[in-house]
Every structure is written in C-alpha cells, then in structure tokens.
Design a protein around this ligand. Structure first.
Ligand code: ATP
Length: 141
C-alpha cells in the first residue's frame, strides 16, 4: 500500500516522523482523513485526537491547536501541544478535568469560561486518547 510521511512537531520537540498508511486529524471544522497522494491541503487544528494507521494498527496522538499541512506526499502537523498516547499522564488529566469542571460551576464575573472549557476539552481528549490506544493495543513508546 502506498504510504504518506507523517511528521508531528511542537514548538519544543519532534513528536513523530514516519511513513503511515492513513492519518485522521481533528480539524477546527471537523475531522479530516489523509492518504497517500492527497492534494495539497491546509487546515487549522482543534483540540482532539489524531490517529494514524500503520501495519494494520491504529495509533493515537493528542493534539491541541496549530496547523496541518499536506504537500508532496507529506503531512506536517505543527501543533501547539502534542502527546503520544503513552506519554499522557492520566491522573494529571483527571485533575485538570476536575479543576476545569469546578471553574465552570463557579458563577463569577471574572471567570474565563472559554479558558475553562478549553481546559476541560483537553483533559477529556487526553483520557480518550489514552483509552483508544489501550483498546487498540498501541499504547507504547
Ligand atoms: P494542566 O492543567 O495539567 O497543565 P493543560 O491542558 O493546561 O493541563 P497544556 O497547556 O495543554 O496543559 O500543556 C502544557 C504542557 O504540559 C505541554 O507540554 C503538555 O504536553 C504537557 N501536559 C499537560 N497535561 C499533560 C498530561 N496529562 N500528560 C502529559 N503531558 C501533559
């Protein structure tokens, strides 16, 4: 099967760089899928889980914000934040979820609801990422 090169980078590090069979990514306007020989494409990323297929298995990476670009049979993910499933600290995500939920419960004028909602979305997506990878048997470094 023809492959496409997937590279995921953040401002701090290269998270992943390898050929894959398929990439699904959380675009700001919904999920999109990319296979080999896709036409050039650019999309902003939302908060969610990118997944890729390699050798019949699905692997999961949490991403939040940034851009995806497809060009010359390469998918470049320039993410503000990205973690492979095995890197996710589930108890930290659970604490972040509780903190965000608590903030969303407080009815105070100075409360930044958009920020709390985004933190909640990140924590839920991290937990989903981890459990999807565990179910797929690909939660490895
Ligand atoms: P927290 O409130 O726990 O910091 P957050 O969603 O506000 O969570 P981010 O701003 O998205 O955190 O990320 C800050 C840095 O911490 C990034 O480098 C990110 O990869 C890392 N990080 C945050 N949460 C986790 C987690 N649960 N597991 C692994 N790395 C994490």
């Amino acid at each position: 099967m023809a492959q496409i090169h997937l590279e995921i980078v953040t401002p701090d590090r290269k998270v992943l760089s390898q050929p894959v069979d398929y990439v699904g990514a959380p675009g700001i306007e919904g999920e999109f899928g990319i296979m080999a020989n896709h036409v050039p494409f650019l999309s902003a990323l939302g908060i969610g889980n990118l997944y890729y297929k390699e050798n019949g298995k699905y692997y999961y990476v949490f991403v939040a914000g940034g851009f995806a670009e497809v060009n010359n049979n390469k998918v470049t993910i320039l993410a503000e934040v990205a973690e492979r499933a095995a890197e996710i600290d589930v108890s930290r995500a659970r604490i972040a979820k509780e903190r965000a939920e608590e903030r969303l419960r407080i009815q105070k004028e100075e409360m930044d609801f958009a920020r709390a909602r985004a933190a909640l979305q990140r924590s839920l997506a991290r937990m989903r990422c981890r459990s999807s990878a565990e179910t797929a048997g690909t939660c490895t470094m």
